[in-house]
Design a binder for this molecule. Sequence first.
Ligand code: ZN
Length: 211
Amino acid sequence: MSLREQLCEYGRRAVELGLVIGTSGNLSVRDGDLVAVTPSGAALDRLTPDMCPIVDVAGHLVEGDLQPSSETPMHLAVYETTAAQAIVHTHSVFGTVVASTMTELPPVHYNALMLGGVVKVAPYATYGTPELAANVRAAMEGKQAVLMANHGGVTIGSTLEQAFEATRLLEWLCEVYVRGLGVGNPTILTDEQLAAVVERSLNPPVFPRRL
Ligand SMILES: [Zn+2]
């Protein structure tokens, strides 16, 4: 599947799963110095490959009739300082709830390790601005996910599929935490407990074969 076809596929899935409504949210995928990105102002479930612009990492439009997403500067800033090959940004409900009420998403479940543990909330700045791009870039250091204050979430991956799954996981973690707060006082995993999970994953149990 071409990079632009991938944007159409995952754009459609993002809408189907309720991670995105209307024209909010944007996706990009990188190949060397080029980045295919979803266009500005288009519904993500109605994209065709030729609608998706291609920009270079310096932010010049290389191909396409439509303008790139207004959050393209944020995508490019993240590509500049991480090993990301794909980025997904949505205004998903529970991610936006956490981003509007807290300064970080604490690890209430060990799967948070897949996003780098604690997910930081990058300080608020107007969408599409270099200031927002800088805030996200700083909060993404050593992580796979960031929440943008009063805005939504951003995840990265080495493929678009991976970045998309990270967005689903981020939303699930935010939902668990928010619903947990509604029931009581969610227990936060300690650094020691998280370190033990890493240790466990590096040394999975081996079941001896029955002779
Ligand atoms: Zn946005």
